[in-house]
Design a protein. Structure first.
Length: 126
């Protein structure tokens, strides 16, 4: 199972890449996409939407089920990965790269500190 060390995670299996200055990219973990299996549809939020940590922000559908994706941090959605709306397969094949879903400009950078690091997430899913 691929769990990049530079990312932060939440219990609902979303990841956050806080390595950029302005916004944090967000997606679902390798573990989550493996549990969902083949992703067939992804509904992403509108750019400009303000979200609160823990709030449903997107819907992902697989051949197995439909699930909400939750905001791991509060802030403004400043970018979405538009190609995933037409072709969501990268979420399965490259969840930490081409399969990123959206970017949020954090309203409270302190929330990032409360997220699990890679080691804590590995323990969480084991």
């Amino acid at each position: 199972m691929n769990i990049p060390d530079h990312l932060r995670f939440v219990e609902s299996h979303e990841w956050v890449d806080a390595s950029t200055e302005d916004a944090c990219r967000i997606g679902i973990s390798d573990h989550a996409q493996a549990e969902l299996t083949d992703i067939v549809y992804l509904e992403l939020p509108e750019v400009g939407r303000t979200v609160e940590k823990g709030e449903p922000i997107a819907v992902i559908e697989s051949v197995k089920a439909a699930n909400d994706i939750y905001a791991p941090i509060s802030g403004e959605v400043v970018e979405i990965n538009e190609p995933l709306g037409e072709s969501p397969e990268p979420v399965n094949s490259d969840p930490f790269g081409e399969g990123w879903m959206l970017a949020i400009k954090p309203s409270d950078s302190g929330e990032l500190e409360s997220l699990m690091n890679a080691d804590a997430y590995r323990s969480h899913i084991s």
